[in-house]
Design a protein around this ligand. Sequence first.
Ligand code: C2E
Ligand code: CA
Ligand code: CA
Length: 763
Amino acid sequence: MKNTSSARKRETTDATDLVEFLDEGNDSGEEDDPRSPPSWHVLIVDDDQAVHDATCYALNNTRIEGRPLHFLHAFSAGEALSLLNNRSDVAVLLLDVVMEQEHSGLELVRTLRNDLNMHAMRIILRTGQPGYAPEAEVIRDYDINDYKLKSELTHAALVTTLTSAIRSYVQICNILASQRGLSLIVDSATDLLAHLSLAEFAQKILPRLAELIGQAPEGMLFCCTDQSTAKAGAANTKVVHATGAYAPWIDKPLEQIENQPVLSAVKQCLNDKGNVYGKHAVTLFLGGAESRDAAIHFILQKPLSLTEKQLLDVFCVNVAIGLKNIGLFGDLHSLAYSDPLTGLLNRIGFIEAIDKHASNQETGWTIALIDIDHFTEVNDALGHQRGDTLLIGIARRLREYWGAGCTLARVGSDVFGLLAPEARLDPARLHEAFYEPIVVDGYLLPIESTIGLTRMTDKCGNGLELFKTTSIALKHAKRVMRGRWLYHTPDMTASALERLDLTYKLRNAINLKQGLHVHYQPQVELATGRLIGVEALLRWTTSDGTHVAPDRFIKLAEHAGLMVNLGEWVFRTAVTQIANWDAAGLPPIRLAVNLSLMQFRDPFFVGRLRKIVNELKVPAHRLELEITESIAMLDTDSVITSLNEFKAMGMDVSIDDFGTGFSSLSYLHRLPLDRLKIDRSFVQSMSSMGDSGSTIAHMVINLAHSLGLSVVAEGVESEDHALLLKTMGCEFGQGYLYSPAMPPEALPGWLDGRNAGKREHPG
Ligand code: C2E
Ligand code: CA
Ligand code: CA
């Protein structure tokens, strides 16, 4: 270990000077000069300057595999380590075993192999002391190529040793590179196979490619042709993504690129459908689906090795599958997310669009759902084809106003969605947009709409939640503001949630038959006060003891499709009840049961009721079915058919709440009716002074009589009502004057009470 201090003082520049002096073929600029082949870097590590000099001298002007040698010098293991920490291109290490310490050389080898993971670099150990040789295991474990005595520093010996070392270095590098490259390709392919847009694909692929060949992702260009959108066969190629100096070309048509070499390389690549390897640039071809091919052009920052070219070829074939998928996904995407009739987004697409804004925290947007009023009527009156034309017209009208920068959708048969910046979405303007009627086949169709809106705030939910709140606002608007609009407020959701909760409880109540009861309200003959029958009225008490009004829960049951079962249960319960009263010795009581529209829509409806009547052996002529005017007006033929079947069985049919609907007289005539029930609102607004209530009541009574029907007045609350109705010729009455609806066990007592009263005040 001599001369180390002076040797250590030598800087790399000195070493380079020496090399330059010794090796005239290697000028200092050789590494940067692309014309000369790159040299092999050989690091000499020895604390003896003479060994450095002798090695350089012996190898002067030597070329291995056609490439010159470039020497690097270190005079201690430490110096070698710091040098190798900064460069990875050293092919061979000529290493002195004994330097600072006896094992410095071997220590260095261990660090390089195990800690720094430098596996490609070949290592040749040299020692000045004959007889000193490392153990065989050391040579094997540390992957040491050769072991030489310094006395063997002859030209021939060195060249032979270095040649074989460099050859195996190249092989190992290639294996490592392709291993790395292949796993990179596998990763990239998986990554790029994911559901991506073309732009995302382009943005992901460029850095992957750069990594594969070990250069920075600069000066790269991804362009894609789309033959399907091109006119007259000329391909329509656009720059989808570009980096570095090429970045300003993003979104430009290829033809507008003002760089002839790039332009012609890309064109050649797309025409020949193959990779173009130039000296300074490469253009890769990716075959896509349905002529949607892509080309990736990039400047080479260093020459490509054969392995790298092979890897690029493999890369292209593999990731092209990802490109093909984009076409496929694109088609699937448009199928799944758009409305084929209007070309707008569909419901899913709209929710996704809202979701994008929501997840980017883009506040200041408003969501609108626009329900076209009376669309069904237009559709029925003019036919489906014209209905479709109208919808297309509406979509076009919306596009005129909210095309650019907004999102439009058709989210239901006659409901449109609009997502727009708050400033651009004034509901009054939405109405205005339809002031001018839409022309369909010469028909001028005025459009009226009801609109529900939600403002996106920083605390708003995801796309689906926002869509739901907007639907809730629309439902509210349709109930209370038809032809107008309503913005969503939190209490709307609260009441919607409450309805949902109540529906859930009702479903349970029906399934478990818990909390549901039928009460009975007497109907009396006005002239005599005699009980002629009872109306069955459903009651529901929830498990926490709340009485829910029938008007409310019956609507819920209808919405939730529960009414068919519930109605049948009421019918069975009530018919069973009058059979029980019969058995208890009460005079035969007639029974009126309310029917819901849903029951008429059930194809087995008539059969179900018939079965109950037969089973319980109650004479059908003691049963009466009450239908509302709205039922009577709907589904003409099926309602009439069912009613006729009930009539044939012997039951009576009455129209409930008469006067509140819009029954046409001619229509009433066709229904197999027995009775009209005057709605209680008319009865309650009656007075002996004669007002609108009395007038209508009178009219209804006369109308009923002229049709051969008897009349029941509902809501009779006072003797005055009873008297007035009696003088108008009304036969029957029902109301609090006689009794509210009562539980079945209360009826015998009520009857007794009345009979006792009669005995006291006969007549
Ligand atoms: P509705 O068929 O018109 O029933 C008469 C309603 O008037 C009952 O209300 C009854 O309690 C109430 N009422 C009776 N007398 C008077 C009175 O003197 N003054 C006033 N102000 N009201 C009186 P309820 O029980 O709340 O039922 C409301 C509606 O729910 C019923 O109207 C009927 O349409 C429906 N409903 C009740 N039970 C059933 C059922 O089992 N099936 C179907 N489909 N609907 C039912
Ligand atoms: Ca009724
Ligand atoms: Ca009624």
